[in-house]
Design a protein around this ligand. Sequence first.
Ligand code: HEC
Length: 208
Amino acid sequence: MRKVLALTGAGLLTVIAVAHAQQKPAVDPAKADAAVKAAFANAPADWVPRLTPDETMRRCSQTRNKPGKATAAAIEKRERATIEYPADGNFIGDWKKGEALAQNGYGLRFTDYPPRRASGGNCYACHQLTKKEVSYGTLGPSLLEYGKLRDYKPEAIKAAYEKIYNSHAVLACSNMPRFGTNKILTIDQIKDAVALLMSPDSPVNKGQ
Ligand code: HEC
């Protein structure tokens, strides 16, 4: 399946910031914001909030993804406070649904408005997860044998849930979307993604 990255305005700014990390800011940030807004002039109304960087995106852009210790700690604390946990305390869903979710890049693109079905996680766009799937991105680390390498420990399972729910709670200026906080995925879908990473019988851990 072809995977297309859906970038938000804020995400776009982050990518620009990463690309120019070595350079001095040549453009006034207010001008950059205005240019992004102008580029999406015909965007549907429900896109508009996505074009306005929140406090975290703003701080990461301002510091070119290298916030000082205190700023990073403040970002991580604020983002962690947004994490909602499964009511029954169980972090593991269905890895088969998780694999379908990881393959699915539907959601948040121009052609996906108005939404006609649930968004996917598009995990393969940035991660290797299984040996069978040879088309994957490398922006994120390989997640092959993720659970096995962590002995399926309960703390590692909880940490995986938190990372997927809100990656910025773990790394202030992460390049991974905040799937739970930004309502891209539901709690149940995040549990399915955790199952893919953390079930001994999933292809991630069987090296398939
Ligand atoms: C836009 C790219 C992107 C997408 C899409 C993405 N990730 Fe990530 N992910 C990253 C990056 C980059 C990192 C490395 C650290 C960081 O920047 O947060 C990462 C780190 C992780 C980690 C922690 C790895 C470690 O070393 O412990 C996990 C777990 C993870 N991602 C799972 C997922 C899952 C599951 C999905 C799909 C629901 C997903 N990611 C989608 C970019 C992405």
